[in-house]
Design a protein around this ligand. Sequence first.
Ligand code: G6P
Length: 607
Amino acid sequence: MCGIIGIIGAAPAVPKLVEGLKRLEYRGYDSAGIATLVTGRIERRRAEGKIVNLQAALDADPLRGITGIGHTRWATHGRPSEANAHPHANSMVAVVHNGIIENFQELKRALAAEGHAFESDTDTEVIVHLVTRYLNRGMAPSQAAARAIAELEGAFALAMIFAGHPELVIGARRGSPLAVGYGDGEMFLGSDALALAPLTQRICYLEDGDVVELTRDGATIRDKFGAVAARPIRETAAIGDAIGKGNFAHYMLKEIYEQPTVIGDTLASFINPATRAVALPDLPFDFADLPRLQMLACGTSWHAALIARYWFESLAHLPVDVDIGSEFRYRAPQLAKGGAALAISQSGETADTLAALRLARELDQATMAIVNVAESTMAREADGTLLTHAGPEVGVASTKAFTTQLTVLACLAIAAARARGTVDGEREAALSAAITEVPARAAEVLDHDSRLKGLAQEVANARHVLFLGRGTGYPVALEGALKLKEITYVPAEGFAAGEMKHGPIALIDEDIPIIVVAPYDALFDKTASNMQEVIARGGRVIFLSDAKGIERLGDLAAATVELPAVDPFVAPILYTIPVQLLAYHAAVIRGTDVDQPRNLAKSVTVE
Ligand code: G6P
């Protein structure tokens, strides 16, 4: 997984390539590189680490040229290093690649036997040698590229430039996303619309199997059968300006603070302001007679699905399964006839979730996606889409995307309950009122920021941290642990509070902070008993609850944070905010890279 960009420009390409790469850095930041054509010859600069390092290499040794390609890498094959950084090139062709070439070992063996010498440990380099093999046989670049691409197995998006062909960039897409941007006397390729936003708003998305030949005047797209294909050109929204950090030290903190606003923006599209009732667009299935719902997601989005399962079951009496994309796709899932699959994904591009969604469709499920990116592959492929209105999320650790996913899922659960006749009008009104109040209550939760910053000290210095919860508090505990692991690298685990006694309680000692997620709900007494069990064994509890819960048990805890008293239905949305803030402040104390933690990427477009 990586970000790629290509330009046939009217002006020096490098500043635009670098700007595009910065916008793609969410896809990986292990290394970056650029290749251009300088008087017909391939020249390149590469650097290990983030794009600032590439920028420094370019400052030290500038690169000219108006045609070029660029890449920001999330390492799959070969460690992060300059030698493994893209573009991979020889004197004839330079290639950038997002994805995995699954048959690269066989290809490499065959090419090495023919005398091709390899310089990197990557799968990508075989493409360079394969194209070169066909160029050496006298084929023109587009023919050689098409021939090489036909031999590749796996998932990829590619861009290539050729020595002596300053007006040509070839792109290809199979699995990984790739968009063509149309400029005025300039043409562009990029992994997404965000990368191309400062260059053009006229974009077309390639379909799987497409190969595109860009010249200064336009693009010729061929489909997987080699036939010339027309792909619609869309005007995309100007998303160029929305990604500053403002006055915040990090994107993550800004995005945590945006939650009251973006939850409100999301509600605005699903709640009728006059009646205050949930009003959804047409769905590709009818909840009234839906036999079963299969939810599919990865990472933080999977936690949103886990919470929503409680809502669909308790409010709508709807049977629900929740799967991690990478597991679902390799099981033999037995799905209900007439059932539906719901993919949840911030990016709408996560390879495992996308593959799971495609499998569900093959298994005759109606498909729907909840995504934050309207033009993403999942949004385009699913039968129906519901958008979270979180705005661009830049911090790698997901925050506002998660709470807006929960907002959409809560509205969906209310709509399901109404359609299935499992709630009466009064309860439905109370649920809608509770969700409508979330933006205001979320703003109140943010008032606890400095208290949480104080508590973060203990968390930052811990060798291990536990998060406990029950019911919808359990996935919140999983999310709290994931946030902490992602950005502080402190080992952390989330457990169902009732499961502690079956093993994890052995971990407890006075040095392990235990964060207990305990709204005063129907399960409070059960959670309270589990908390007493850990306190009895010397555990130090940070207790997240409301006034009633703290009145009952606050004295036992080492520290308390009093959250607003709300309908338990919406508590998981609000209780997520303090665990986000705890992780954020602990990361700042530890001095880690909050927005771009090691080894991670925002959008994982490889399996
Ligand atoms: C990556 C990110 C996670 C995210 C997951 C799923 O692993 O680092 O923060 O939750 O992908 O991403 P999606 O875009 O599908 O929600």
